[in-house]
Design a protein around this ligand. Structure first.
Ligand code: ATP
Ligand code: MG
Length: 279
């Protein structure tokens, strides 16, 4: 099923109403953090072209969520340096509402459920600023095509869904705003492998329908399987970037993010971790 077929496909015609070749999202030397003193992002630059899926890999505390929150205008007075452009327009320190209206949807790491709302109510909330009711209904049907389990649970309170179902609902709710770019913060977190497969399968399908995806993940295997391009974030800096294929074949990425052991014949417990050198 070709869900969300109505999302304009990217192309040279400037399908999104911006000149061809304009990134959906562009960060230039962004520095950001908390409470003025703490600097988490130390100058990150990233480009995401329409219709592509970009993965940002990084371990705990690298600054992945901070990057997404910064883009979304969720941290007061941040970024302190650098610029955020959405479809060519400067959105540095813009209101979250304006950024969302520009076509960015954000699925937060803890899924941001409203536990007392039912599945159906939560999905309608995702479309609250739309007044094209017939199309909202049509999108709902398409989204239930992605996540049939949600269709069966429309009257169930969100707070009583399983972890996997909550992740599905969080993604589905974000899709209800018809974003041009969907930003996902660790959608695989805490989910069983089969469910991770299922959710990544849907993310791939959403991407193939033409929507841009910014995927923040520790699960490098899954992320690089669906991404076109990726960045590795360590200590608030991108230490490596390249096509998903280049990253998959990079020795450091293999050892530190893909769990592939350096082939030195030593029993694993005795292998001293190689120091990471990115260049
Ligand atoms: N609200 C906050 N106030 C102060 N410091 C924060 C806040 N949120 C995050 N930090 C700090 O910023 C740094 C980066 O955190 P961030 O949540 O961006 O990492 P992450 O890459 O998303 O990690 P994880 O994989 O654990 O989610 C950490 O040192 C964290 O303690
Ligand atoms: Mg995080």
């Amino acid at each position: 099923m070709s869900a969300l077929a109505s999302v304009p496909r990217p192309g040279s015609s400037g399908a999104l109403g911006v000149p061809a070749g304009t990134p959906l999202l562009e960060l230039r030397t962004v520095e950001s953090g908390y409470h003025k003193q703490l600097r988490v992002l130390k100058g990150v630059s990233l480009k995401l072209m329409p219709g592509t899926c970009v993965a940002v890999l990084g371990s705990n505390g690298a600054g992945k969520s901070t990057m997404l929150k910064t883009v979304m205008g969720l941290i007061d007075d941040e970024p302190r340096k650098g610029t955020v452009r959405v479809m060519g327009r400067d959105m540095t320190r813009a209101d979250t509402e304006r950024i969302s209206q520009a076509g960015i949807a954000y699925v937060v790491e803890d899924r941001g459920m409203f536990p007392d709302l039912t599945v159906g109510e939560s999905l309608r909330l995702g479309a609250y600023h739309r007044n094209d009711r017939a199309e909202v209904r049509a999108d709902l049907e398409r989204i239930f095509g992605y996540f049939p389990r949600l269709a069966e649970r429309q009257k169930q309170a969100s707070g009583t869904l399983s972890g996997g179902e909550q992740q599905m609902l969080a993604i589905a709710r974000a899709l209800m705003s018809r974003p041009k770019l969907l930003m996902l913060d660790e959608p695989s977190l805490g989910l069983a492998p089969l469910l991770v497969e299922e959710i990544f399968g849907v993310i791939r399908e959403i991407n193939r329908s033409g929507m841009g995806i910014l995927l923040v993940e520790q699960n490098a295997n899954q992320a690089l399987a669906i991404a076109d391009y990726g960045y590795v974030l360590e200590g608030g800096r991108f230490v490596l970037e390249g096509s998903a294929e280049e990253l998959r074949s990079n020795e450091n990425v293999q050892e530190f993010y893909l769990g592939v052991r350096a082939d030195d014949g030593e029993p694993r417990l005795h292998v001293r971790r190689r120091r990471r050198r990115w260049n």
